[in-house]
Design a protein around this ligand. Structure first.
Ligand code: GLU
Length: 256
């Protein structure tokens, strides 16, 4: 299987913005094992701004663009350093790709991206992708990594996109406030009803919330890729997903 896995900042870092070492170590171990089983994996990782905030000892996620971009530049190094180190322990080679929306808007750039990805996967490398936050301004910003992950999944013709998040799927209501909220296991049609279930966004570092996840689901399911929203709290969940067990919320592609 070719799987694109997106991890959000809330999965990778503590509330302080510093790295959640135990979680990230486990994530890298499980992803390495999935690759050892023969799966092709692409990782879309957030966390650049969050980790930059931690490393620069800022009190909270910056609001102004230059500070955000500076934090991303610092944090992206830290992020890749961490992945390089941890995946090397399991003899896997990471490759960094930073994208902006312009890379998908022009055919030539999109082709280049697709060719590079194909070659990296052939070579057995693990592409780690993020938005190029340090240069992305209003006109070229994708803005959230759920959408970025969906665009990547479509461009590499992935079988599956997995969004690891601080929530384990789509609920009928907000599970933090409504005791009757039920997890929806399967979605076959992303209609107005489903879209209306997206509440507000979660932690202070996260960008998207549920609405961007549902939009991502729409993008990929229309182009032949299934998507799963699952909790990133325990990365072992990826084994269950690879084993085709029922986990989180699965959005079924409507073109198969
Ligand atoms: N690209 C941003 C970062 O790495 C995160 C965007 C997102 O989490 O959706 O910090």
């Amino acid at each position: 299987m070719r799987i694109v896995i997106k991890v959000g900042t809330s999965t990778l870092t503590h509330q302080t913005g510093s790295l959640n070492i135990r979680r990230v170590e486990k994530l890298c171990k499980v992803i390495s094992d999935l690759k050892n089983m023969g799966n092709e994996i692409v990782l879309v990782s957030s966390g650049a701004i969050g980790m930059g905030v931690g490393k620069l000892a800022l009190n909270e996620k910056p609001r102004d663009i230059p500070t955000k971009q500076a934090a991303a530049a610092v944090g992206q190094c830290e992020l890749m350093y961490t992945y390089d180190k941890l995946f090397s322990e399991y003899h896997h080679t990471v490759a960094q790709i930073l994208l902006t929306s312009a890379d998908f808007d022009f055919d030539e750039r999109q082709n280049n991206f697709q060719n590079t990805m194909a070659r990296l996967l052939e070579l057995g490398a693990l592409p780690v992708i993020n938005e190029n936050d340090s240069v992305a301004t209003d006109e070229i910003v994708i803005g959230d990594n759920d959408t970025l992950a969906a665009m990547v999944a479509v461009n590499v013709s992935a079988n599956l996109l997995v969004l690891l998040s601080d929530i384990n799927g789509l609920y009928t209501a907000d599970p933090h406030t409504d005791p009757n909220a039920r997890l929806i296991h399967k979605v076959t049609n992303i209609d107005e009803n489903i879209l209306s279930l997206a509440g507000d966004k979660g932690s202070k570092f996260s960008t998207g919330g549920m609405i961007t996840k549902l939009r991502a689901a729409k993008i990929v399911t229309e182009r032949g890729t299934d998507m799963i929203i699952a909790s990133g709290e325990d990365p072992d969940v990826l084994y269950d997903i690879a084993d085709n067990m029922e986990v989180g919320t699965r959005f079924y592609s409507n073109t198969k």
